[in-house]
Ligand binder design. Sequence first.
Ligand SMILES: NC(=O)c1ccc[n+]([C@@H]2O[C@H](COP(=O)([O-])OP(=O)(O)OC[C@H]3O[C@@H](n4cnc5c(N)ncnc54)[C@H](OP(=O)(O)O)[C@@H]3O)[C@@H](O)[C@H]2O)c1
Length: 316
Amino acid sequence: MKTFTLNDGNAIPAFGLGTWKSSEDDAYRAVKEALRVGYNHIDGAWIYQNEDEVGRGICESIKEGIIKREEVFVTSKLWNSFHAPEDVEKGCRETLTKLGLEYVDLYLMHWPVAFRSGKLMPEGTEDFWPLSDLPLSKTFEAMLKLRDQGLVKSVGVSNFSISKLEKMIAESGVVPAVNQVELHPYNPQEELFSYCSDKGIHLTAYSPLGSGDRPKFLRHKGESPVLENEIVKVTAAEEGLTPAQLLIAWAIDRGTSVIPKSANPGRIAENLAAASHTLSAKARSAINEIDTRFRYVDIKEWCLPGITCEGDNFWV
Ligand SMILES: NC(=O)c1ccc[n+]([C@@H]2O[C@H](COP(=O)([O-])OP(=O)(O)OC[C@H]3O[C@@H](n4cnc5c(N)ncnc54)[C@H](OP(=O)(O)O)[C@@H]3O)[C@@H](O)[C@H]2O)c1
């Protein structure tokens, strides 16, 4: 499997399995199947509420000799309610206990948004911690200590804009290894892409297939699935790929790692096959010319000027 080298010297496999929205049973079966057919990268998070089962899939596979611990790259994410520096280690240890692992390969700050300690989901603005009171750099610095303790190998962030990255880097003096964000032809985020390339921050593409199984509150009227885009369909056929495979191959060709979620054995194998496809120049430019723009994972309720962002656009 192709890898990308992170700015701390560690390597991240270019392709992995997403686990958001996989029910506990599905998560266990999907992880086991993925590792059996050759995946070596699993993306999870505390908030997905399936880390027990993701961990069971990983640990059983290790026990059965399908993969060694050092051969599988495991990512998890610090939830928003653990941002206070004194809560960071607790959040990480809860994840490690559920996974049944001694360390994760990559630990990400899930969102640049802080909830009051113990608040799984906010019910009102009072449940948010304004970033002026609890700066992202303080959480990040506490996460870096986990690396020193051997609980995590690399530390990164997720859903960070350029301005949030700049502020956090200036305050902490440390450049995160990874920024995991939504990336696909409808949301290529070219400015963020080029900023991160310049800074040496590796990008991981989440929701690369358009996250068709998102919960209702994240759906919008009239949205169009990227998997059904005509250019994607025609180009995929020309490349001898399915539309999903084309989107995966495009993401890796761009230099991002990519973590499509599937709980279906056929699609788990289909997606893996795309990771070794070499994209033609014609296909690359056809996809790059798509000009529809759409963000699938946009939690509008968290865009609170003065609390979670400076202006009124969370993503800037
Ligand atoms: N950091 C963050 O804030 C964040 C946010 C979103 C996602 N993520 C991570 O990124 C992962 C992927 O994103 P996502 O789950 O939002 O969406 P996604 O991977 O873009 O799409 C998942 C959907 O695509 C379907 N699918 C999978 N392979 C397919 C194929 N070959 N052909 C057609 N459909 C296919 C899946 O169905 P089946 O399962 O039935 O195959 C599922 O409905 C997540 O699971 C999570 O690990 C992170």
